[in-house]
Design a binder for this molecule. Structure first.
Ligand SMILES: [Zn+2]
Length: 128
């Protein structure tokens, strides 16, 4: 059940972010994780639901997940290929001298807060 630990971690990070930035409501949290990280989004969403009901700051906070495609590299052929399709076997030489380039990571991609409705956006292009 590493999804529960993951949600725990995310909640902690979001908490820290909120404190550091003086934010008391979070709009959206976007996670990014690899295709072969073993994370099951459905579990994540379940735990997230459960947490957001207990945690006032996260009330109504949406969780989004972005998947990073898994890509492997063959050291013999010097090519990268789709891990999901071929696994550890290089599609060119059929050997297993390969390693995962990406697709096993997990990170918080962004945390979005509710903006004050102050009207107008600031343009920094300058107006000399
Ligand atoms: Zn190869």
């Amino acid at each position: 059940m590493h999804e529960l630990g993951l949600v725990n971690y995310v909640v902690k990070e979001v908490d820290k972010f909120a404190k550091e930035n003086g934010v008391d409501k979070i709009k959206t949290v976007t996670l990014e994780f690899g295709e072969v990280s073993g994370i099951v989004p459905a579990y994540l969403y379940n735990y997230w639901d459960w947490y957001t009901k207990k945690h006032q700051m996260l009330e109504g906070t949406k969780l989004k997940c972005d998947e990073i495609p898994a890509v492997s590299w063959c050291d013999d052929c010097k090519i990268s290929y789709d891990t999901i399709a071929y696994g550890k076997t290089c599609p060119k030489c059929g050997q297993g001298n390969t390693w995962l380039l990406k697709g096993n990571e997990m990170r918080i991609k962004s945390i979005e807060v509710f903006e004050d409705e102050e009207g107008g956006s600031y343009d920094q292009s300058g107006n000399a």
